[in-house]
Design a protein around this ligand. Structure first.
Ligand code: URA
Ligand code: SF4
Length: 212
């Protein structure tokens, strides 16, 4: 099973969004409220890829509008990247969760679900044609660079992969900053996150790619 058979014949952000709303490429559509497709500038130079929508995103139908989104937007602002200049999406387009009482707790997508959803991400890449992809967290990085990819050993590096439209710079997921055990750790994690985003901003303005 995969999203491939749901792709429209002609790729545009509008046709993709419409088609993705009806995707049944894996089981996750059964439990979530709706498909949360990417959004932003059609020809953004920077594409940001998260893991999957969270509880807020699932209800709103938009990526990164909850607490993780707040951290992301803070990071973008601090690094001089304008939100309106980027395209933001997720590796997996449906919210995967476990119900605990009235709460819905995030549940990490499996490799098979990440792979099933990848045709959407590839189609977004082929329409947007970004200069650089920022992978937010291990799931996004593994979707783009393979399931064996090690995030922490490679964060902040611009990685060129022959199979991809654009180089990828992996960094941590904004939720990891929210989960920091104390405020000192949170501050240093945030500072590193901003550093990585600045590096990404520089890579697109200078047209690098710096050595991988
Ligand atoms: N976390 C993600 O990875 N993506 C979102 O859209 C929201 C939270
Ligand atoms: Fe389709 Fe992706 Fe949703 Fe699975 S998670 S149903 S592949 S859009």
């Amino acid at each position: 099973m995969s999203a491939a058979e749901y792709l429209p014949a002609r790729l545009s952000l509008t046709s993709l969004r419409t088609a993705a709303a009806g995707c049944r490429g894996c089981d996750l559509y059964k439990y979530a409220t709706q498909t949360v497709f990417g959004e932003g500038r059609a020809h953004a130079r920077l594409m940001l890829v998260g893991e999957q929508p969270g509880d807020y995103e699932d209800r709103a139908g938009r990526p990164f509008v909850g607490p993780a989104g707040r951290i992301l937007h803070e990071g973008l602002e601090a690094s001089g990247i304008r939100t309106r200049d980027v395209y933001v999406t997720n590796a997996v387009k449906h919210f995967k969760f476990i119900e605990r009482g009235k709460r819905r707790i995030h549940n990490k997508p499996k490799t098979i679900e990440i792979r099933a959803c990848k045709p959407w991400l590839e189609a977004e890449l082929s329409v947007i044609k970004p200069q650089l992809i920022v992978a937010l967290g291990a799931t996004a990085a593994q979707s783009l660079l393979g399931p064996g990819f090690r995030l922490l050993a490679n964060r902040g590096r611009v990685i060129t992969d022959a199979g991809l439209q654009a180089p990828v710079m992996p960094t941590i997921h904004p939720s990891a900053i929210l989960r920091a055990p104390d405020s000192a750790t949170r501050h240093s994690e945030m500072a590193q996150f901003i550093d990585d985003l600045r590096h990404a901003a520089k890579a697109i303005t200078t047209g690098l790619p710096p050595a991988a």
